[in-house]
Design a protein around this ligand. Structure first.
Ligand SMILES: [Zn+2]
Length: 255
């Protein structure tokens, strides 16, 4: 096989097929590792290299449509993608699926695989954010209170500031959440609980979606917060607002 692979800045090899599988099994290399073989013009990610190779082989042997293959992240063997299961970023063969599922259940962080954060962890994050927002609001409203704007003896001022605070009560939490989620994928509360908000495929949530998700939470809050409780019963632990916005809340260990 005469395959070379990159380990940081080092170039290692050549290795044969058996050695390659051993390295994948030992998690020394994965589908993203750059590999090179004599005859190739440039280095390529291993996943892509394997896919190209199997496609090329299939085309030269028979005119039938090429079978797309991928490497199992657990055992390192190549299988047709149709026979495999995809976990966010990695492929797992049917034989290894139970092992991966068990690992996820046990809360082991599997590289490239998303571990969804459950109801209680999310509630903890919510509580921290609630305290932070409470303090922030108090700092904003306290001077107004001292200015006497909440007293009834000046109706025009009172009504104006009531209006302003009502609007701020909507805007401050929305700005807080969408800014942090759009920029860091997590509010300070979520960061403290080591969880984050991502797209279904693990990608980053945009500011616009983060704002939409914030207001979708109003819907989740209806009927005794049933939209929040849904997270406890969903296989991907999605709350109603996650379903609406196609987001997931995951543990932010590995990814
Ligand atoms: Zn496998």
């Amino acid at each position: 096989m005469n395959l070379y692979y990159a380990d940081g800045a080092r170039q290692l090899g050549p290795i044969d097929k058996t050695e390659l599988q051993t390295l994948i099994k030992a998690k020394k290399i994965d589908s993203k590792t750059l590999v090179w073989q004599p005859g190739m013009t440039e280095w390529q990610a291993l996943g892509r290299f394997v896919r190209r190779k199997t496609q090329g082989a299939a085309q030269s042997v028979q005119p039938a449509p090429p079978v797309r293959q991928a490497l199992c992240s657990e055992c390192g063997q190549a299988f047709a993608e149709d026979d495999m299961i995809r976990f966010s970023d990695v492929w797992v063969c049917a034989g290894c699926k139970p092992i991966i599922v068990q690992k996820i259940k046990e809360g082991v962080t599997v590289s490239g695989v998303m571990t969804y954060a459950g109801f209680w962890l999310r509630l903890g994050a919510w509580f921290i954010d609630y305290i932070i927002l409470g303090i922030a609001s108090a700092i904003i409203y306290l001077p107004m209170t001292f200015m006497g704007v909440f007293s009834f003896d000046r109706p025009a001022v009172f009504v104006t500031f009531q209006l302003i605070t009502t609007i701020l009560n909507f805007i401050i939490p929305a700005a807080y959440e969408s800014w942090f989620v759009g920029k860091y994928a997590a509010t300070p509360g979520k960061m403290a609980c080591k969880i984050k908000v991502v797209m279904a495929d693990g990608g980053q949530v945009s500011f616009a979606r983060a704002i939409g998700r914030h207001f979708a939470k109003y819907i989740s809050g209806l009927i005794l917060g049933i939209g929040y409780i849904m997270a406890g019963f969903d296989d991907q632990k999605r709350a109603l607002h996650d379903r609406i916005c196609d987001t997931r809340v995951i543990k932010s260990g590995e990814i």
